[in-house]
Design a protein around this ligand. Structure first.
Ligand code: HEC
Length: 171
């Protein structure tokens, strides 16, 4: 190989190397931009929204069939609304937007809010147990109480306030 050839070869390799590095940087950059924007886009995608709508409808049908009361549809609509709604700020608000979905009509074996007979044995366990069960969730003989009523974004204090609100209804 002549001296000139090897010089050309070196420069050529260098340029090739730089182009490869630029390609990788652009690729990584595009990925990181996509990560932040693509999922947000997906949520407004009409097909995606329609699919969610369909899933919710299916859930309504399943629960209505199991419970066979037309009322059962209302609380589930409430669950969907609760998920979409902003974070409530006090016990009554948490109860209205989250807990009432099950506790208003005793969906899935939940103790009816306002029903003394349903609540007396539970209150007898002590407030600490009620708080613990409401925050961490638990499986009882009547059914399954999801942690924080399914709203993991609620603070422990808000869940406790909602428990106090329900307990106050039967006292
Ligand atoms: C998806 C339905 C559902 C939602 C939403 C829900 N609960 Fe419950 N909850 C239940 C069921 C079912 C039980 C009864 C479980 C059992 O004892 O078998 C229960 C029981 C309880 C109890 C009694 C615990 C005990 O030890 O006896 C408390 C307190 C309670 N829920 C608080 C709440 C609070 C506060 C919220 C809102 C943040 C909430 N629940 C939302 C279904 C729900």
């Amino acid at each position: 190989m002549s001296k000139q050839d090897s010089k050309f070869f070196n420069v050529f390799s260098l340029v090739l190397g730089i182009l490869i590095v630029i390609t990788l940087v652009l690729f990584a950059f595009a990925r990181s931009v996509g990560k932040n924007t693509q999922s947000a886009h997906l949520l407004t995608e009409p097909k995606y929204v329609a699919a969610v709508e369909q899933n919710i409808t299916a859930a309504k049908v399943a629960v209505a069939g199991q419970d066979n009361s037309a009322l059962a549809i209302q609380p589930l609509a409430g669950v969907a609304a609760a998920v979409a709604s902003a974070l409530p700020t006090d016990g009554a608000g948490v109860y209205e937007t989250v807990c009432s979905a099950c506790h208003l009509n005793g969906i899935g074996g939940a103790p009816h809010s306002g029903n003394k007979a349903d609540w007396a044995p539970r209150i007898a366990q002590g407030t600490a147990t009620l708080y613990k069960h409401a925050i961490e969730g638990y499986k009882g003989k009547n059914g399954y109480m999801p942690p924080k009523g399914g709203r993991a974004d609620l603070t422990d204090d808000l869940v406790k306030a909602a428990v106090d609100h329900m307990v106050a209804k039967v006292q």
